[in-house]
Design a protein around this ligand. Structure first.
Ligand SMILES: Nc1ncnc2c1ncn2[C@@H]1O[C@H](COP(=O)(O)OP(=O)(O)O)[C@@H](O)[C@H]1O
Ligand SMILES: [Mg+2]
Length: 290
């Protein structure tokens, strides 16, 4: 099968090569190569169960890929989530993972811990260095809440935010680790059209701050508007990759994924998705995303 691959360059932020993930007899991701360059927004699409989230889990060290390697800015990453975050990759989850009983601000502060040098002793003893670091962290967290439009709700409990704002908060928290690459797993699932447009603006703004973005989405119109490049995953394999217009017109993609026209009004599938997402939002916990 022919697939186009963008060769890694000096400006390559992410270089995943030959990534394969097997669960027993099931190959969820098969020999996937993908690069993301500085300044790019890259989309990853594909039907349910195609292996998109599994691929993200391989990139972020949540899963140790059966084969293949993942490099960030030229350095191969060890498959350990905290080391991946420290290196500069941040993510959000398909099933929102917030600390439901912490405030909005506190959730963002949690995201900053990989970037603060002050350690546990300094915190316990309340050394001057700690106080200064804490003030800086708060200031930065507030800046991120301004950026994502959540500043007015800094003191609200995360669980009291409407669904769309919980998604934004996840993004703010991911940004708090000061990443060079942001991975978004279905950031607009469950959003209404206005929220989706706002999310699009937010992602453009993130890109404009010099953060490369890799985004998984079901909403094809959203992906085609947003992305410089799109890769299509079907049954664990990348079948096509290219500029949005090219991918959109590719017969294999139409056959495998776009089977039904997507210009139409929201269908039952979308309505079901929104319902599922709302159910998710209600049970927002610190739980697992597997
Ligand atoms: N931890 C796991 N153990 C076993 N199978 C898994 C696990 N995670 C994902 N899978 C399987 O891998 C396939 C791809 O799933 P997933 O990556 O969630 O797809 P997508 O995000 O594209 O909808 C599915 O068949 C799913 O059941
Ligand atoms: Mg998924």
């Amino acid at each position: 099968m022919t697939t186009t691959t963008t060769a890694p360059t000096a400006t390559t932020v992410l270089d995943a090569s030959g990534v394969t993930m097997r669960f027993g007899g099931l190959t969820a991701v098969r020999d996937v190569n993908l690069t993301v360059n500085t300044g790019e927004i890259v989309g990853l699409i594909g039907p349910n169960g195609a292996g998109k989230t599994t691929f993200f889990n391989c990139l972020t060290g949540l899963y140790v890929p059966t084969e293949g390697k993942v490099a960030y800015k030229g350095t191969v990453l060890p498959p350990k989530p905290h080391l991946v975050t420290q290196a500069g990759i941040a993510r959000t989850f398909q099933n929102i993972r917030l600390f439901a009983n912490m405030t909005v601000l506190e959730n963002v502060l949690v995201g900053r811990h990989t970037r603060t040098k002050e350690g546990l002793w300094s915190a316990l003893l309340r050394l001057p260095g700690f106080k200064k670091a804490e003030e800086e962290s708060r200031a930065r967290a507030m800046e991120l809440l301004e950026f994502t439009g959540l500043a007015a709700k800094a003191d609200h409990l995360a669980r009291n935010l409407p669904y769309g704002e919980q998604r934004k908060l996840e993004i703010a928290r991911a940004l708090a680790s000061e990443p060079g690459l942001l991975l978004l797993d279905e950031p607009t699932a469950g959003m209404n059209p206005q929220e989706t447009r706002a999310a699009e603006e937010l992602i453009f703004a993130i890109r404009d701050q010099g953060i490369a973005v890799l985004v998984i989405e079901h909403d094809i119109r959203f992906i085609m508007n947003l992305c410089d490049r799109v890769a299509v995953l079907v049954q664990g394999e990348k079948i096509v990759e290219g500029p949005a217009e090219v991918v959109q017109a590719d017969e294999r993609v139409i056959a495998a994924y776009l089977g039904t026209p997507f210009e139409g009004e929201p269908g039952t599938a979308e309505a079901a998705e929104v319902e599922a997402a709302e159910a998710d939002a209600q049970s927002t916990t610190e739980g697992d995303d597997k």
